[in-house]
Design a protein around this ligand. Structure first.
Ligand SMILES: Cc1cc2nc3c(=O)[nH]c(=O)nc-3n(C[C@H](O)[C@H](O)[C@H](O)COP(=O)(O)OP(=O)(O)OC[C@H]3O[C@@H](n4cnc5c(N)ncnc54)[C@H](O)[C@@H]3O)c2cc1C
Length: 336
């Protein structure tokens, strides 16, 4: 049997390694758009306070996976799935269609950009991948070389926006955080913990602006402006407004898609040879389990299920999360 996995995040890599532990004979090919290896996405939001992050964030090189008899094709984007022929095709002219017996979609998620911001794509950064982090660090270096701290605007006071604001502030930068609602991380925290988080961020030097209706952005020579009721200038903007499952490939192939790729409780899509897991998978209860712990659990369960070692129906583990905001501990459990 040939299993093709698309994606080298925690979902794809954990699945590949676990499946290899069940089967030494089956062929496993992991295809990914990434080049740098398998890295820790959660560490991205600690990417400014740690100098050696670009090296230490790598959890495993692709060569290490290859040494475990997993074929890794890196730097390649899969652009189409032919469900009749059971093949996948890439953006590269050199690679012909690759045949699969089972296809695992672990394509993860991109940053969600609210529609009003989309025309201004050139004017802001996101922090969703190692490539994004490297671009942000390079930009930050250019400013600090002028012997002054960069001035950032972070748009979005959710989990990642608060983490990034915190890490930039403790690194000595000027940070203004714009949030649309009246309290931070309102989806995960009770009001009392939101208030504590606000205090912690303010104490670390972050200027937090709540109830902000950001209409768009504009450029003023070397500065960028956030357009609310008043216009304020910054060196750079980071939009952090949630995530968007990368379900386009599945949709193009005619699989059932909602917010993510729709799967049953055994992670099977509307095509019985194709499975999805991780940030991109939407379960029958409408939930996406976009956190490390449940994703690793999904990957291990799915490998066992395909290897005939698990009964049908994955059950989500009990899990929680924790904002990586310097100096912040919530008093109550997070809502996940
Ligand atoms: C800044 C940040 C901080 C976070 N902090 C935490 C935390 O503290 N705790 C926690 O539990 N979770 C955290 N998360 C969420 C967690 O990182 C994600 O839920 C998890 O990494 C998703 O893993 P995944 O394998 O599903 O997808 P991803 O990690 O997104 O991997 C998807 C992979 O698919 C590849 N790919 C996509 N499309 C194609 C294609 N067409 N062809 C080839 N390759 C393709 C991509 O290149 C990538 O390798 C954080 C996320 C971010 C962005």
């Amino acid at each position: 049997m040939h299993i093709i996995i698309i994606g080298s995040g925690i979902a794809g890599v954990s699945f590949a390694e676990k499946y290899r532990s069940y089967s030494t004979d089956d062929e496993i090919t992991l295809i990914t758009g990434e080049n740098a290896g398998y890295y820790s996405r959660p560490l991205l939001s600690r990417g400014f306070s740690k100098d050696d992050i670009e090296q230490t964030i790598i959890l495993k090189t692709f060569d290490k996976l290859r040494a475990n008899n997993i074929t890794v094709i890196s730097g390649l984007k899969i652009t189409a799935i032919n469900r009749t022929e059971k093949t996948v095709t890439s953006s590269s002219q050199d690679d012909g269609p690759l045949h699969y017996d089972k296809l695992i979609l672990a394509t993860g998620s991109a940053a969600f950009i609210p529609p009003p911001f989309r025309p201004y794509g050139e004017l802001f950064f996101c922090l969703n991948s190692l490539t994004d982090l490297k671009a942000l660090r390079k930009f930050r270096c250019e400013i600090t070389r002028q012997n002054r701290p960069p001035a950032w605007a972070i748009i979005g006071g959710g989990l990642i926006g608060c983490e990034v604001a915190s890490d930039l502030a403790v690194s000595g930068d000027h940070v203004t955080l714009f949030h649309a609602l009246d309290r931070l991380m309102e989806r995960q925290l009770v009001a009392e913990d939101s208030a504590l988080l606000l205090e912690v961020l303010q104490n670390s030097g972050v200027k937090v602006l709540l109830n902000q209706d950001v209409k768009g952005f504009s450029k003023q020579e070397k500065k960028v402006c956030v357009d609310t009721k008043i216009s304020t200038e910054f060196d750079a903007l980071i939009v952090s407004c949630g995530f968007k499952p990368r379900a386009e490939l599945a949709e193009l192939a005619g699989l059932k898609v909602g917010r993510g790729i729709k799967v049953n409780q055994s992670m099977q899509t509307s095509d019985e040879s194709i499975y999805a897991l991780g940030d991109v998978a939407e379960f029958p209860n409408g939930k996406l389990y976009a956190f490390i712990l449940p994703i690793r659990n999904q990957a291990h369960w799915l490998a066992g299920f395909i290897a005939g070692q698990e009964p049908p129906n994955w059950t989500p583990p009990v899990f929680t999360t924790k904002a990586k905001v310097h100096g912040f501990e919530a008093a109550h459990p997070y809502n996940v």
